[in-house]
Design a protein around this ligand. Structure first.
Ligand code: PEP
Ligand code: MN
Length: 353
């Protein structure tokens, strides 16, 4: 159920509707839009008593939502969500495409600072890098843990980047909520419902990656889990799904982008790196993603990929990332978007640890 407020409804009227929803034993989710506020109602198992809400002051309409996902739906909010970050003008979902880049894993302070400087110069506004790594093999590098988060936070200060990094469980999520700017939920955890609920109670925006065999409905329901707990800043990510094709690590499902755009107001970015698996295919897939309407990209970049502790084969050298970004600018223009401009960043000498 969804309550649409009048265009000129006051904050007090919106609050009164939320109070009534709570009295009925449900949870209100007020989502302000460009022209008016919509209040999603969750926690009901059947029809909500629409009559007791439709008569309240400021209410334009009470609408039954037939889809299983409610808060993520375009019915709830017709205009696109723009996710913002405290202390920065970087956004995801606005006219400027979000450019996120960095190594698969944080390996040392020197490694991260070198690559952070390079991607910041190219224009990236977000620095990626895993400190907690979900690896296929228990013997593979599992990440630096909290020390990795400290290095990420130091790089954020040095280069003015927003930090996005993956949470794999309760403990890492709580730490990432403190240290980072965006909480990544990886493909393997897309249906870890306990983790999704925790992310929904966190203070930072969530980057939700599509599971390797998840349908669009399953992805949207995972986002609904996060939003149902009160965190409305969710960004979806298409990172390739598993198919019979064996010429790439995964198959980038470009057709999911327009499908997502139709059903939800949430932004969606693409990860061409995990789809490609090999660096020579990253730029072409990135171009496809921008052309089809993605709101940004997350790309793995490493200064010495042959020695990377994870995903070296798909990591771009910094100069390849710069060339790719130049190419993306032309495509962005065709679809009415922009990319952040290259910028001067302070030369920071990383102290090797
Ligand atoms: C990653 O971003 O390094 C990662 C592990 O991604 P995914 O969850 O998409 O495999
Ligand atoms: Mn990776």
């Amino acid at each position: 159920m969804l309550v649409l407020m009048n265009v000129d409804a006051s904050d007090e009227q919106t609050q009164a509707v939320c109070n009534r929803v709570e009295e009925l034993g449900y949870r209100p989710h007020p989502l302000p839009g460009a022209t008016r506020c919509a209040i999603g109602i969750t926690g009901n198992h059947g029809a909500v008593e629409a009559d007791s809400l439709s008569q309240l002051a400021g209410v334009a309409e009470v609408i039954a939502v037939s889809k299983p996902y409610k808060l993520v739906s375009r019915d709830m909010k017709s205009e696109d969500t723009v996710v913002r970050f405290e202390g920065s003008d970087a956004t995801v979902g606005g006219a400027e495409l979000a450019l996120m880049a960095g190594p698969c894993s944080v390996e040392s302070r020197a490694q991260l600072f070198r690559v952070a400087e390079a991607v910041a110069k190219t224009g990236a506004r977000f620095l990626r890098g895993g400190a907690f790594k979900p690896r296929t093999s228990p013997y593979a590098f599992q990440g630096m843990g909290e020390q990795g988060l400290e290095i990420l936070a130091a790089a954020r200060e040095a280069f003015g980047l927003r930090v996005v990094t993956e949470a794999i469980d309760h403990e890492s999520l709580a730490l990432i909520d403190q240290y980072a700017d965006m909480i990544q939920i990886g493909a393997r955890n897309m249906q870890n419902f306990a983790l999704l609920k925790l992310a929904g109670r966190a203070s930072k925006p969530v980057l939700l990656k599509r599971g390797i065999a998840a349908t669009l409905d399953e992805l949207l329901m995972a986002a609904e889990y996060v939003m149902s707990e009160g965190n409305y800043n969710v960004v979806l990510c298409e990172r390739g799904i598993r198919t019979f094709a064996d010429h790439s690590r995964n198959t980038l499902d470009v057709s999911v982008i327009p499908a997502v755009k139709k059903l939800t107001h949430l932004p969606i970015i693409i990860d061409p790196s995990h789809a490609a698996g090999k660096r020579d295919k990253v730029a072409p897939l990135g171009r496809a993603g921008v052309a089809v309407g993605a709101d940004g990209l997350i790309v793995e970049v490493h200064c010495d990929p042959d020695r990377a502790l994870s995903d070296g084969a798909q990591s771009l050298y910094p100069d390849q990332f710069a060339v790719m970004t130049q190419g993306l600018r032309k495509i962005a223009e065709v679809v009415g978007r922009t990319l952040p401009e290259p910028r001067n960043v302070p030369a920071v000498v990383a102290v090797a640890k």
